[in-house]
Design a protein around this ligand. Sequence first.
Ligand code: GNR
Ligand code: NI
Length: 181
Amino acid sequence: MGLREILTFPDPRLALKSTPVETVDDEIKQLIDDMFETMYVAEGVGLAAPQVGVTKRVIVVDCGPRGDDDQEEGEPLQPVEPIAIVNPVVAVKEGKISWEEGCLSVPGYTDEVERAAKITVEGLDRDGQPMSLEADGLLAVCIQHEIDHLEGVLFVDRLSRLKQSLVKKKLKKKAKEEVRA
Ligand code: GNR
Ligand code: NI
């Protein structure tokens, strides 16, 4: 395949719960490759399968190298290579962090969301092998943001109810105007 179309709010498919992958077969590998390609073209740091209309539990992230000033003495470097995780599960959560989030499915809006500061995520890699990864900073935020997509949850769903209704109303109006234009 190749590039896939990214769905945007209020597409109802973004609210669906994704199903676990039974086998990491060629179709899933193709999906992963297409998701990376789509994410890079869109200049995102992560992407979840439901964002390209596939309700399966697959995410990709590439947060790039972390700033050195963020790196503490003796702490292992975070992976800077692209990561694909099939059936991701957060096994351990520590602390809290607030991050200004954006989403390729919610273009034109960003806001602060609070999430776990440090996580251990487990799942399968692109070869179907079990994997485990410790993450903090943007990588931890991004992985939690992507797993939310698999539950049909957008970062705007994590804002206060008042903010949510305001923001969603504006986004729906904007989407309607774009259909007409
Ligand atoms: O590109 C993205 N940037 C981002 C910034 C802060 C927190 C989360 C993200 S993920 C987002 C890409 C996306 O929508 N993934 O689902
Ligand atoms: Ni997103």
